[in-house]
Ligand binder design. Sequence first.
Ligand code: DAH
Length: 372
Amino acid sequence: MTELDTMRDHMLAAIAASASLDALDTVRVDALGKQGRITQLLKTLGKMSPDERQVQGPRIQALRETVASAIATRKAELERADLDARLASETLDMTLPVEPALVGTIHPVSQVMDELAEIFADLGFAVATGPEIEDDWHNFTALNIPESHPARAMHDTFYCEPQPDGDGSYADGVARKMLLRTHTSPVQIRTMLTQKPPIRIIAPGRTYRSDSDATHTPMFHQVEGLVIDKGITLGHLKWTLETFLKAFFERDDITLRLRPSYFPFTEPSAEVDVGYTMVKGKRVIGGGPDSDGGGWMEVLGSGMVHPKVIAACGLDPAEYQGFAFGCGIDRLAMLKYGMDDLRAFFDGDIRWLKHYGFSALDVPTLSGGVGA
Ligand code: DAH
């Protein structure tokens, strides 16, 4: 075996033993690089005698070609192995379910709020909001409930400690009694103060009263409705409530009874009852209230917005009229979805939430029946 044969065998062995593209490149530089051993051999050709060159030339060239082609072959092998390894590690499990696993549910109160927004949006109402920590003026005075009015006592209000600024006086010199809003009606005031008629809004949200039993919790939810425009009548109020209750309870046989009542912020005022029937020992909204076991159930308060309230918001009561209504959301949820203890709404019991909660993907729509 010549020296060249030995060199070739060593190089071919090193090529075969290269386990990575990097290792193979080291072998290549060592053999064919600028300072590589085969490159050096090629350089010796110039110094040879013509006879010698004629013998050695083809041998060295043959060695170079053999090694170069072995390197190319090994390189292709290693690249392929690399790709195979990547394909094996970057797998996709085609058997995974298409939808993400649904954990958690939409609380019935949130669901009902979404349903209300959907129903009233269809009637041209926007959703308005106001602060839960409210001042005395928005919550009472502007709603025609002055300081000495007995309605203040009836609201079981949570008052906040007065918060004077650093030097003990209020920034604008007006002492404001802050409280947790006892109803969503102050949003009527805030809306009339900031928007021009025609106004059509609902205002769902949290409200607070110092009261607690099976049907009352210190925090509860209301939705307020307000329409202010020219030429608004009780007829508009009745139609709107009837349309709303039919859509909400998803029945056409809803009967309404407007009972004369009193609220300081409406004149005239009406409490609204809906007819229910008895189905398997449970009261179900809809059907004839005269049927066996049937009757009337109060669901909301309403009326024509009092001229004093319209004036308190800087509008001319001779030009603008409107109607308003207020309704307990928790109660609506209980009536529609059949829970009988309000306190469970706010216990955070995961079993209750699983049972009464709604799928996050079932967004209420009118076409699907709002309850979806
Ligand atoms: N704010 C009243 C309450 O909490 C409910 C109410 C009654 C709201 C009549 C209204 C209304 O807008 O017109 O008891």
